[in-house]
Design a binder for this molecule. Structure first.
Ligand code: ARG
Length: 258
């Protein structure tokens, strides 16, 4: 009887040690940003960032769960410890780095405009002439992104309209309420394909991600709470391994067709 009790006690103790040891992280993402992070019909987060997150968690020996939230609420929520990491195509910018830590970059991204196909800026051969042509026009961006900050700096005569989601922005473009949109090259190309129209086009000039690192950032990185230097070190080490072993490359080939 006593032996049985002891064994049951030991079993419970073992079980609880095991469950404390298993780490679990919550990852904040926006979920409306194809092909980086999307929510499928079953409610699962998919896309490049979902694959990067899953591979990262495997390396960290952790169970991970995505939390879907508006892009401009991700940093405040991370700071309030509502999740542990942000993986949402988020660029490392000096401004954001005052509030959160960033990992090493795991991707780089350029930006581009979608405009009406007959706008002269479509064929402009420099970024500066695009900005001149767009003076007085209204361009949609996703609120809280690097794109709004960049455009306000380099093209102050452009009217910038913030959207919480790319979906809303694209509806307004489709129905003629915007002269164009400015966002990451990968999401803009994908959207234009979906629109299946010749009324709109991508500008021939791509805005290089390195054009103005102060606003456009230094590459796409994982966000980590300011106070968690240990987690940052482990995320950086895991990302290095995922870059070296080709995991990040094959995820990008899977999701980005340009
Ligand atoms: N790279 C840009 C930024 O950091 C856009 C990211 C948008 N991401 C998203 N999940 N909606 O501001």
């Amino acid at each position: 009887m006593n032996l049985k009790k002891t064994l049951i006690g030991a079993g419970l103790a073992l079980f609880s040690v095991a469950s404390i040891a298993a780490t679990s992280y919550k990852i904040g993402t926006e979920g409306g940003y194809p092909p980086w992070s999307m929510v499928d019909a079953a409610g699962n987060v998919t896309g490049f960032d979902a694959d990067v997150g899953a591979a990262l968690c495997k390396k960290l020996d952790a169970d991970c769960q995505f939390v879907v939230q508006a892009f401009d609420s991700l940093i405040p929520s991370l700071s309030a410890n509502r999740f542990d990491l942000i993986i949402s195509g988020m660029s490392y910018t000096p401004e954001r780095a005052k509030r959160i830590n960033f990992s090493l970059p795991y991707a780089v991204e350029d930006a581009i405009f979608i405009l009406k196909a007959d706008t002269p800026a479509i064929k402009a051969d420099s970024a500066e002439s695009i900005y001149t042509d767009l003076a007085g026009k209204t361009i949609g961006v996703q609120g809280g992104t690097t794109h709004g900050a960049f455009l306000a700096k380099v093209a102050p005569k452009v009217n910038i309209k913030d959207y919480e989601t790319l979906d809303q922005m694209q509806i307004d473009l489709d129905s003629g309420r915007l002269d164009g949109t400015f966002a990451d090259l990968t999401s803009q190309s994908r959207f234009l394909k979906q629109m299946n129209t010749t009324d709109y086009a991508l500008t021939e000039t791509v805005i290089k991600g390195s054009s103005d690192p102060e606003t456009l950032g230094y590459g796409i990185a994982v966000g980590i709470h300011k106070d968690n230097a240990d987690l940052k070190a482990r995320v950086d080490a895991a990302l290095c391994e995922l870059i070296e072993d080709g995991t990040i490359k094959s995820a990008s080939e899977k999701w980005f067709d340009i």
